[in-house]
Design a protein around this ligand. Structure first.
Ligand code: PLP
Length: 431
């Protein structure tokens, strides 16, 4: 039961946080404010908005009422002070690092990541001279070893894509705290329904809202959440975007003016303003609607996935199943501690027939769609080696849990019996 002294519970926040009936029309659901720009009251009001002396809507690249509901809703679910909605999960990561790093800086990332993030860090970020140092997400000590005086952030996923790996966030959070380095956690696979990274030391949380937050496979979007926990001023001159007098805002020091939500402001008024990856009001509307059923969907995702993993683990054609919800899994104890409501909907398994069997299995499924996405109400399947992780070397693929024999499932919210029947039929088709 919800403890009323702590404020509304998770399901109530998922439906209501950030939203109120529209003040001008009475519309109960937050409308799609499909407008580029907003009229100023007068010249003084305009000057205050542009100078950050007043909060308000100017232009939809920077802020919009439909996006604002999404931001407040996800900030509430994550327990953060503020959030910023952007065009995609990758845009969220880009803006986070743009806010934290200067050319020549380093960050330490656990190598068990979404394949697209590995590419972004290894290649595109190098053009800005932002240098990733890889650590092993399953070995917190490897993060400490990788830290140098140039390290400006640590980055991990809470539940790692695609391997079904549960990360020891408290251990990595303690290392971040000890070295006074902000910890960034990609909470896409877990969602705040399963894991609250802030409780384990995350200073900044990022999401691909494209996945479980939106939940319906219909919109690309991303979120940045400011936990409000990192003291930027205490870090001296290490984060100049936050602590140096800002030339485009009359010498304002963002960390002084905005305190425990300065990071979210800086990512908006420097990163989003100048780099421009804004989310459309329509996508923000669809993701707002999706979040309303997040707890219901996650419960069904978890139950179906547990059943599918148990079925596969007993099947003679299956070599191994990597799902933290299985008692024999090496991450099971960590899952009970960090993600007690379930192990999520995404996991990998290997077929004894290797690459060939994987291709046949994927081709024989009917209910499961073969595509490059996760976190949809529909059940999805992919062979990472030939798709999402194909740009990586075989060594990088193996390290990321995406070797040649690996099949990844994102189990949907259909009937459990139909999901199992589809898997059973496709396994029979391997021959
Ligand atoms: C999909 C994904 C991303 C990238 O998000 P987009 O919305 O596709 O840009 C980042 N991290 C994880 C864990 C993801 O699954």
């Amino acid at each position: 039961m919800t403890d009323a002294t702590k404020g509304p519970g998770f399901a109530t926040l998922a439906v209501h946080a950030g939203a109120a009936p529209d003040p001008s029309t009475g519309a109960r659901v937050t409308p799609i404010y499909q407008t580029t720009s907003f009229v100023f009251n007068d010249a003084e009001h305009a000057a205050a908005l542009f100078g950050l002396q007043a909060f308000g809507n100017i232009y939809t690249r920077i802020m919009n009422p439909t996006q604002a509901v999404l931001e407040q809703r996800v900030a509430a679910l994550e327990g953060g002070t503020a959030a910023l909605a952007v065009a995609s999960g990758h845009a969220a990561q880009f803006l986070v690092f743009h806010t934290l790093l200067e050319p020549g800086d380093e960050f330490v990332a656990g190598r068990q990541l979404y394949g697209g993030s590995i590419n972004q860090f290894n290649h595109s970020f190098k053009k800005f001279n932002w240098n990733v140092i890889w650590a092993d997400s399953t070995d917190p000590a490897s993060f400490e070893k990788a830290i140098t005086p140039k390290t400006k952030a640590l980055f991990v996923e809470s539940i790692a894509n695609p391997g079904g790996i549960i990360i020891d966030l408290p251990a990595i959070g303690a290392i971040a705290k000890k070295h006074n380095i902000p910890l960034i956690v990609d909470n896409t696979l877990a969602t705040p329904y399963l894991v609250k990274p802030k409780d384990h030391g995350a200073d900044i949380i990022v999401h691909s809202a494209t996945k479980f937050l939106g939940g319906h496979g219909n919109s690309i979007g991303g979120l940045i959440v400011d936990s409000g926990t990192y003291d930027w001023l205490k870090a001296g001159d290490r984060y100049p975007t936050l602590t140096a007098p800002n030339a485009s805002y009359n010498g304002m020091v963002l960390a002084e003016t905005f305190g425990n939500f300065a990071f979210a402001i800086a990512a908006r008024v420097m990163g989003l303003r100048d780099l421009g990856p804004a989310i459309s009001p329509f996508n923000a509307f669809l993701i707002n609607t999706g979040i309303e059923t997040l707890p219901l969907r996650m419960r069904q995702h978890n139950a179906n996935t547990q059943a599918a993993a148990e079925y596969l683990a007993k099947h003679p054609k299956v070599a191994w199943v990597n799902y933290a919800g299985l008692p024999e899994n090496k991450f099971h104890a960590l899952q009970k501690k960090i993600s007690p409501n379930g192990a999520g909907a995404v996991f990998t398994f290997g077929l004894k027939g290797g690459y060939e069997a994987g291709v046949k299995f994927v081709g024989a499924l009917e209910l499961f769609s073969h595509l490059a996405n996760i976190g949809d109400v529909r059940s999805l399947v992919i062979h990472p080696a030939s798709t999402t992780h194909s740009q990586l070397t075989p060594e990088q693929r193996a390290a990321a849990g995406a070797g040649d024999d690996v099949v990844r499932l994102s189990v949907g919210i259909e009937d459990e019996a139909d999901i199992i029947a589809d898997i059973e039929k496709a396994l029979a088709a391997i021959g």
